[in-house]
Design a protein around this ligand. Sequence first.
Ligand SMILES: Nc1ncnc2c1ncn2[C@@H]1O[C@H](COP(=O)(O)OP(=O)(O)OP(=O)(O)O)[C@@H](O)[C@H]1O
Ligand SMILES: [Mg+2]
Length: 233
Amino acid sequence: MIEMSHLHKNFGATRALDDVSFTVPAGQIVGFLGPNGAGKSTCLRILTGLVHADSGSATINGQAHGALPNPGRVVGALLDAESFHPGRSGLETLRLAAITQGLPTSRVHQVLAEVGLTRAEARRRVGGYSMGMRQRLGLAQALLGDPAVLVLDEPTNGLDPQGQRWLAGLLQQRAERGCAVLFSSHQLHEVARIADSVVMIGAGQVLADQRVAASADLEAQYFALTAGTDRAA
Ligand SMILES: Nc1ncnc2c1ncn2[C@@H]1O[C@H](COP(=O)(O)OP(=O)(O)OP(=O)(O)O)[C@@H](O)[C@H]1O
Ligand SMILES: [Mg+2]
């Protein structure tokens, strides 16, 4: 359902992606791992049409993001919860997104309930939200169009332990319904618990693409595979 094929991307002299290929089938949760600066966000941003690849392709159900007539109904993305307009309320943010996607505004209240934001919180300006509240709003926006593909960049950042458990359950529920889920994370335990498989990248290259291992093994594999691509190395 998600297919990255031979993606290359340079930012000036920085090689962000160097021939990245992998797929996320329907019904699968893939954890996207790699050191800071490995290229995870760049990959997710290319998939969601925010960055153009120098070469290669990133497709959702065989189509590039830009070719999807109503992308929010196909792919839900949470890339940067800090990018919301601080002067709008959560409610206004989601209402605008619902209108853009041609969805009834009743959907807004459903997703707010789903992510655990209260009506009073939804009426407050996003600029005054805590990090976890912003993250929940971002998840609400991603879920709005009931998409069959979810692309989430470090979705559990800032979530409290209850929120992390809730998100794990939500992603598993979506996958059981056939959703393809790609999420990046630095929390190896969480990835071992939630994901069906992992893709590890380092210095813009895929280091591993495999079934998820038990938590302790995943950690050992991560350190072994990323040694040398890690900036601390
Ligand atoms: N807009 C940009 N302009 C210049 N360089 C960029 C830009 N976006 C990303 N890069 C560079 O591309 C490389 C990959 O960055 P990316 O954000 O994809 O890493 P990441 O794996 O998401 O890291 P992190 O775990 O810290 O979020 C880094 O060297 C980064 O500095
Ligand atoms: Mg990133």
